[in-house]
Design a protein around this ligand. Sequence first.
Ligand code: SF4
Ligand code: SF4
Length: 97
Amino acid sequence: MRTFRYLDNVAILTLAREKCIGCGNCEMVCPHRVFKVTGGKADIKDPDGCMECGACARNCPVDAIYVNPDDGCGCAIYILNSWLGKITGKRSSDCGC
Ligand code: SF4
Ligand code: SF4
């Protein structure tokens, strides 16, 4: 999703491609189409599209994906508080969920 962007170069998202078994879960669950699976392996195609919701990491059967916060619940308050914490240095990602 290239029309709805967040902040550039802030998302902490990594993929251990050697672990990937190509199941396609990350591509399916990501709301911003960050991943693309080709040839049996996933690739991060749009890292700045990541909003750190954690859905991909939660649904990867081989723990090939790391995203911070990797325990994110995905709600908007959690994500915004996480980003504000990065910007201000005051960590507060509580959302009440
Ligand atoms: S954390 Fe969410 S937005 Fe980021 S790549 Fe994973 S599913 Fe997509
Ligand atoms: S969910 Fe994990 S194993 Fe499945 S395609 Fe994505 S990275 Fe690969």
